[in-house]
Design a protein around this ligand. Sequence first.
Ligand SMILES: [Zn+2]
Length: 128
Amino acid sequence: MPTADRSGPDARVADLLVLDADGEEVVFDATEARDFLALTGGLEAATVSACPTCRSRILAVVALVDLLDDAPPFARSGELVELADEAPTLHVYVRDLGQRCTHREWRDPGAEEWSDLMVQLAGPAIVR
Ligand SMILES: [Zn+2]
């Protein structure tokens, strides 16, 4: 896991994850997540599909790279560019950890792609 630059063992509470299809992830705490979303226009320009009630969404890698190119540097932007550059598919995935959401209102085909990946990455323990 690319977490070498964490400042301390108890320093951060994960609020938002950005993952690729291999499960490589960049972790944002609440402050970092707020800055990240503010500086990228809420990721609207890169969003392929999104849950209407939380921040979980699917992003197009190419559009995300463009967004990051245009945004000023922010916490973890370097890691995120690296993740996007090395993503094995055309999509990366945002997972909102900051709120409980069943994504029940998320009804387009992206919802299935997103939840399939989360189940796959979580391993057999929660597949049932
Ligand atoms: Zn949701």
